[in-house]
Design a protein around this ligand. Structure first.
Ligand code: AMP
Length: 436
């Protein structure tokens, strides 16, 4: 049951006089059994956020992590959690988890729970995941058996708390993941209710890609003397993506998409639409055009979402048509193309979207459709990227004159394209949010 003692320190070959190599996981203070689980997953070296955060977290410090999915943040919090829970050598009691990870979407919750399972395979610690859209029965049964780590989305967790299936009074480690996304999705009041049910004596971590004032305020109330770690996603991710824009009429988008996907060089394409309804329509059209496709959005049942993702991961589906909310943080290897059927009205979403391709050092292509009503969005995105996105030679005509005469992107203060997290605009009106 107990995690083996933490500590053995492996030095890189070459001794102290050699050029310092990046640390190994064991250098960070992680136990051999955790290191073995990481090696089995092919993790050779910690990512920057892991190298910076893990030693402090093992000491029990609170942490403010400015980082988004893709940086390796899940392992950055999961590994020290497993190490500390294992070292305590206590068993969980029914309905009283020892650690809680709160994350905004079901997909992220499932991904995080799977990571805990993989990393903690040799620790004997128990975990479970709870989220809405599926029956409560199995979740209640798992909680009753007792879990060390509970991964949850806020709504379902509050439900289970209200029904006394779970009690947070023994949570010694708490992680609030994707805090800015919680804010966007209107979950902050729920998050506050969860935090209010936690004991005062605990270790806390908050991860957020950006730090708008409400999140900074939340962090202040949640964290005690936190270590602050900020990492940008590997800058090269966005740089490695071959970005193109197709200027097209609204009515011409469907045929253009089918034409692009008729190219056999496109292996696996993630297509983004702005609305759920739009995702369904585009998926239907692609299916009729003979492309194996599914739609992924918040109105789909959990089962349908999981089936779509599994088939896309397995390569049975060639295209997945998704809204931003559903695709947030998805880690699907081998996406060769991201296609923005609709341009996002928040530039940051563009960066998130195109970051779904060019994963793990691979190249990727991002093709964005821009109709006459979306030109302001394109300008905002270019300003954010500090570069112009070239018009696609293969699939579209030249940039319209009205865009060419538009204000040029702000001059670059730094060399090269660079993603800079920035404050989001005010939340979209409720009606617009409901449509996503
Ligand atoms: P995350 O930011 O936690 O969603 O992780 C992004 C991806 O990086 C996931 O596919 C992880 O499995 C992978 N990953 C995390 N840490 C490492 C590491 N140290 N070495 C290699 N891959 C990693």
């Amino acid at each position: 049951m107990n995690e083996a003692t933490i500590g053995a320190c492996a030095h890189p070959p070459g001794g102290p006089s050699a050029i310092p190599a990046p640390p190994a996981f064991a250098d960070l203070g992680l136990s051999p059994s955790l290191c073995e689980a990481l090696a089995a997953r092919g993790y050779d070296r910690p990512t920057p956020i892991q190298a910076q955060a893990i030693p402090h977290l093992l000491e029990g410090r609170d942490l403010l992590g400015i980082a988004q999915t893709g940086t390796g943040k899940t392992a950055a919090f999961a590994l020290p959690m497993l190490a500390r829970l294992g070292a305590e050598g206590r068993r969980p009691t029914a309905g009283h988890p020892r650690a809680l990870v709160l994350t905004p979407t079901r997909e992220l919750a499932a991904q995080i729970a799977a990571s805990f399972e993989a990393y903690g395979i040799r620790t004997g610690l128990r975990g479970t995941v709870v989220f809405g859209g599926v029956g409560k029965g199995p979740q209640v049964t798992a909680l009753r058996r007792g879990v060390d780590v509970l991964v949850a989305t806020p709504g379902r967790l509050l439900d289970l708390m209200a029904q006394r299936h779970v009690n947070l009074s023994r949570v010694g480690i708490f992680v609030l993941d994707e805090a800015d996304r919680m804010l966007d999705m209107g979950f902050l009041p729920d998050v506050r209710r969860v935090v209010a049910a936690l004991p005062a004596a605990r270790q806390s971590m908050l991860f957020s890609a950006t730090m708008p004032p409400p999140i900074a305020g939340l962090a202040q109330g949640l964290l005690r003397d936190p270590v602050r770690v900020a990492v940008t996603p590997p800058g090269s991710t966005v740089e490695r993506v071959d970005q193109q824009v197709c200027f097209v009429d609204k009515q011409g988008k469907r045929d253009l998409l089918a034409r692009i996907l008729s190219n056999p060089a496109i292996g696996r394409a993630l297509v983004f639409t702005r609305t759920k309804h739009g995702a369904d329509k585009v998926a239907r059209h692609l299916t009729q055009a003979g492309v194996r496709t599914a739609a992924l959005h918040g109105n789909k049942t959990q089962g349908a979402r999981e089936r779509a993702l599994d088939s896309f991961r397995a390569g049975t589906l060639r295209a997945l048509v998704a809204t931003d909310i559903a695709a947030r943080g998805l880690d699907v290897p081998g996406i060769t193309h991201v296609i923005n059927y609709d341009l996002p009205n928040v530039p940051e979403s563009y960066v998130h979207r195109i970051g779904r391709t060019a994963r793990a050092g691979r190249a990727g292509v991002a093709i964005s459709f821009c109709d006459e009503t979306e030109r302001t969005y394109l300008r905002d995105i270019q300003r954010e990227l500090r570069r112009e996105i070239p018009a696609s030679r293969e699939y579209g005509g030249p940039a319209p004159a009205s865009l060419a005469s538009a204000p040029r992107p702000a001059p670059s203060r730094r060399p090269g394209p660079r993603y800079r997290p920035q404050r989001r605009p005010a939340r979209a009106p409720a009606a617009a949010r409901a449509r996503r």
